[in-house]
Design a protein around this ligand. Structure first.
Ligand SMILES: [Zn+2]
Length: 455
């Protein structure tokens, strides 16, 4: 059989193993893995790595912050930037503000993403107003449409929920099959969460949760202990907690550019994050891309106070290259672990596996061909923030060619993707929910979240 496209002679990696094979692609999907495959078009990948395209399950795109600041990236610039860094799927947030109708919010995000995204995308919902119509009608409807994860905040005046509201949302999530992501901000709150809400929440409503952007040893330890007690708590960390410290921010007003919450800590916290990734306490590694330009960061110039700065740093494009250099290149993690942390577990946790996040016959041909020897000194990324916290870093290993659903969208650093080609992904229930829901079949091979990967 002659495939539409063959990627020949590369070393493939999945979350389980690395192996040599050609990849045959027919239309948008992987049609065969083997040797000596024939294609109408052939991409030579000898000496290169062929990895699943990254899945970034935590990023903020074209989203109005609770303070009313618009992110610098829209769905075009953010997804272009992601593609250049080897990421082929994003799951950003649809943010409900207190006065918003959830249905209207969702419709609005769909319209904007549909017109601009160059890679596939799903959505999480940020719930700021879990009132009666939201809980009874709008949330179940959103879940049915494939938006199967909610984020709630335990902090920030304009978005935080009370305990009763948190339990309301968790109960709705449990009933209709959605994953709850918790912004628990700092170790005090994470400990509180692990010690109190996790206990209550799991016993009352039996609802797995994912704690986003964990950054401290105490926070990781609280999750580790909760998991040891059998609770379904997943942790997430981000590049800023592995590759930045408080010292990076301590540079005067320009430090505002590095300001994110929680903030980067110290070397000991970085080590704790690496350990957490290694032993599975931290389940996924996401960017938390929250792009604000100078206008959002320093709205009053040098007179801007800490409370007036938009929080967040860009990371969509460099998330994978950073982890490749400092993780795989430095021998801290293996290539399968890299794939698991950047793609596979995201796809499993958010219900798009095995369509996304792996290399297998039948899966979408979302692939990144990496040149492990290519050195890049970070200058500027392709997002619209106008800066990167990682400027000047020397990275080794880069995704030179990127495919999305069988189409080459980045080749030798050049974009060849049309605006609006990305498609919405209606997601299935999270694997974290599978053992709970009677209506959801148990799939043994998908329970990677339970055990750290042995290598
Ligand atoms: Zn975030």
């Amino acid at each position: 059989m002659t495939h539409d496209l063959v990627i020949r002679g590369g070393t493939l990696a999945t979350a389980e193993k690395t192996f040599r094979a050609d990849v045959g692609i027919q239309g948008e999907r992987i049609s065969e893995l083997g040797t000596g495959l024939q294609g109408k078009r052939v991409i030579d990948a000898s000496g290169k790595l062929v990895l699943p395209g990254g899945v970034d399950s935590h990023c903020h795109i074209e989203q109005l912050s609770s303070m009313g600041v618009m992110t610098a990236d829209d769905f075009y610039s953010a997804t272009v930037s992601a593609a250049h860094g080897g990421t082929t799927t994003v799951i950003p947030f649809c943010a409900q503000h207190r006065a918003d109708n959830l249905q209207t919010v969702l419709k609005d995000y769909h319209e904007r993403a549909r017109a601009k995204a160059v890679i596939d995308y799903g959505f999480h919902l940020i719930i700021a107003n879990p009132d009666e119509p939201t809980l009874r009608e709008h949330l179940p409807e959103a879940i049915r449409s494939g938006v199967r994860s909610f984020k709630i905040f335990m902090t920030y005046e304009r978005t935080r929920l009370h305990d009763e509201q948190i339990l309301d949302v968790m109960a709705a999530a449990r009933k209709h099959g959605a994953l709850v992501m918790v912004h628990a901000e700092n170790h005090g709150m994470i400990s509180w969460l692990a010690g109190r809400m996790v206990k209550q929440g799991n016993k009352l409503v039996d609802c797995p949760i994912l704690i986003v952007h964990v950054s401290t040893n105490d926070g990781i330890e609280a999750i580790r202990q909760a998991r040891a007690r059998g609770l379904k708590v997943l942790g997430e960390t981000c590049p800023q907690y592995l590759f930045l410290t408080a010292k990076d921010i301590d540079i005067g007003m320009q430090g505002a550019l590095f300001c994110c919450s929680p903030p980067p800590r110290d070397e000991a916290a970085q080590e704790a994050c690496w350990r957490g990734l290694k032993d599975g306490t931290l389940h996924v590694y996401s960017s938390d891309h929250a792009p604000y330009g100078l206008q959002g960061k320093l709205p009053k110039g040098d007179k801007t106070t800490f409370k007036e700065m938009a929080n967040g740093v860009p990371g969509l494009e460099l998330r994978l290259p950073l982890l490749f250099t400092y993780g795989v290149g430095a021998g801290r993690i293996s290539l399968p672990e890299f794939v698991n942390l950047t793609a596979t577990r995201h796809a499993q946790t958010y219900g798009i596996y095995p369509r996304k996040g792996t290399i297998a016959v039948g899966a979408d041909a979302d692939l990144a061909i990496w040149d492990p020897e290519k050195s890049v000194v970070v200058e500027q990324t392709r997002d619209q923030t106008g800066y990167t916290p990682y400027k000047g870093r020397k990275l080794k290993g880069w995704p030179v060619t990127v495919l999305s659903r069988g189409a080459v969208i980045v080749e030798d650093g050049r974009l060849s993707a049309e605006r609006g080609r990305g498609k919405f992904l209606a997601r299935e229930a999270s694997d974290a929910l599978r053992p709970l829901g009677r209506d959801v079949p148990e799939v043994a091979q998908l329970k990677a979240w339970e055990t750290p990967l042995e290598l």
